[in-house]
Ligand binder design. Structure first.
Ligand SMILES: Nc1ncnc2c1ncn2[C@@H]1O[C@H](COP(=O)(O)OP(=O)(O)OP(=O)(O)O)[C@@H](O)[C@H]1O
Length: 237
């Protein structure tokens, strides 16, 4: 295949079995994301945005359907190969940053590099570079418990970027942040996309962040529907 999409989803269904009736969250959803594209996924609470993001990132298995990343059918890989693929090609940023409290900022950001077998010095160089780009040079040796909310989130993004992922998945990256930090986070994502052509998929309730993406998709009734930027401003997601 020449120039396959960054992400291609075909016929995605997700059903959570439940004694009182199965919960069908995703109902035969299709999606194509071009390399370097920025996509926002919006929608009311409980509609399945996080579930969708986890499936797109190979963190959760679909009930039916196929997910391709750059032409690779990710769920045809063994668990081990999928973990490796995820670590090499994808970065994840969650609302709860999952930084490890017993380690300092630098160590947290180096960690994916060490797990992937990078030489320690290289992991350190990359981590220092990223942390300095995100204004955290003076926080390298601080325990993450000593960082502010915005600083933690920037460190979490630096960690997600350590291995130069081709796709970054972010779940409510501005969820815990005040307006100024949310704005900063938005700028970081835009910069990242511009500089490295990283494909971005962002689940968010923050319509200002959503409005900065190339495409805004609303999850509704188990499927995605495109929403125009003009319409977005009149929506409460
Ligand atoms: N492991 C699970 N088992 C059963 N039901 C689940 C499971 N995970 C999620 N759900 C249900 O699936 C639905 C979608 O959840 P999800 O977290 O994907 O929604 P969301 O759109 O991200 O919500 P929010 O905006 O509140 O984060 C919810 O009703 C949730 O209770």
């Amino acid at each position: 295949m020449v120039n396959p999409p960054a992400i291609e989803v075909r016929g995605l269904r997700k059903v959570f079995p439940h004694p009182e009736g199965d919960l069908e969250i995703l109902k035969g959803l299709d999606l194509t994301v071009a390399p370097g594209e920025k996509v926002a996924i919006i929608g009311p609470s409980g509609v399945g945005k996080t579930t969708l993001l986890h499936i797109l990132g190979g963190l959760e298995v679909p009930t039916e359907g196929r997910i391709y990343h750059f032409g690779e059918d990710i769920f045809s890989l063994s668990d081990e190969a999928l973990s490796r693929f995820r670590n090499q090609h994808m970065g994840f940023v969650f609302q709860l940053h999952y930084l490890l409290p017993e380690f300092n900022t630098l160590e947290n950001v180096m960690l994916p590099g060490l797990l992937a077998g990078l030489p320690r010095e290289e992991a350190r160089q990359r981590a220092e570079n990223l942390l300095s780009q995100f204004g955290l040079s003076k926080r390298l040796f601080h325990r993450v418990t000593e960082l502010s909310g915005g600083e933690k989130q920037r460190a979490a993004i630096a960690r997600a970027l350590l291995l130069n992922p081709r796709i970054v998945f972010a779940d409510e990256p501005t969820g815990n942040l005040d307006d100024q930090n949310a704005e900063e986070m938005t700028e970081i994502f835009l910069h990242l996309n511009q500089k490295y052509a990283t494909t971005l998929v962002v689940v968010t309730h923050n319509l200002r962040l959503a409005a900065k993406m190339d495409r805004i998709l609303k999850l509704e009734g188990g499927k995605l529907r495109e929403v125009s930027r003009e319409k977005l401003l009149t929506l409460e997601s």
